[in-house]
Design a protein around this ligand. Structure first.
Ligand code: FES
Length: 213
């Protein structure tokens, strides 16, 4: 995959899917990342590779305000620096051991990440909140074609389940896209179910479009 150096925000997860004290895997165009929320609720992201022996940090665990690797327990802080090496408790880890902190922020109930710090804030969708995410095995063009929506920058505006819905897109590859649906704030539970059901139908249609192409 080509290395992207452009500093732009990419939608990577739904905020409520990352509880306090947990870590999840996510992806930027530059590659896999680990996104974690500390016990106090602060959000962080870093490369998904432990600088020790390359274990995926997204398979680790959060302790207080630090992220620990599942393999040998090296512990990393908010700045990515290694704070503790359990096998050598009297050693202060050199500052060169760092898991590479990445910019991350939240807006509209969406977690946005970037490879390098963008100048501007992520796109704002006033009055909308994230409903859910799903991965579609199709291209962004197939998704747009299947829903007959309108491009709004890098997102698609479409009516799903009778609601004005915004689809944020994070292409994982030519035929795999993370889609995060934003819906108007304050919808009832039945409305949310209708949108979610329509989103699943859209996934099937987009994947059928991709297969037929
Ligand atoms: S591989 Fe992560 S601590 Fe060893």
């Amino acid at each position: 995959m080509a290395i992207e150096t452009e500093a732009r925000w990419v939608p990577i997860a739904v905020s409520c899917d990352i509880l306090d004290g947990t870590v999840i895997p996510a992806r930027l165009p530059t590659g896999p990342i680990a996104v974690w929320r500390s016990a106090s609720g602060s959000l962080y992201a870093n490369g998904d590779r432990c600088p020790h022996r390359g274990m995926r940090l997204s398979q680790g665990f959060v302790r207080g305000e630090t992220l620990s690797c599942i393999y040998h327990g090296w512990r990393f802080g908010a700045d990515g620096a290694c704070q503790k090496i359990p096998a050598h408790p009297k050693v202060s880890p050199p500052k060169t051991i760092n898991c590479g902190p990445l910019p991350v922020t939240e807006a509209n109930g969406v977690v946005w990440g970037a490879a390098t710090s963008p100048v501007d804030a992520p796109d704002q969708f006033v009055g909308h909140d994230a409903l859910r995410s799903l991965v579609v095995a199709a291209s962004t063009d197939a998704i747009a074609s299947a829903c007959e929506g309108e491009w709004v920058g890098e997102a698609i505006a479409v009516t799903l389940g009778g609601q004005n819905t915004i689809l944020l897109l994070n292409p994982y590859g030519p035929a795999e896209v993370l889609v995060i649906a934003l819906v108007p704030r304050g919808l009832t539970a039945p409305d949310l179910v209708r949108v979610s059901t329509a989103l699943e139908a859209l996934r099937r249609s987009a994947e059928a479009v991709g297969e037929a192409a």
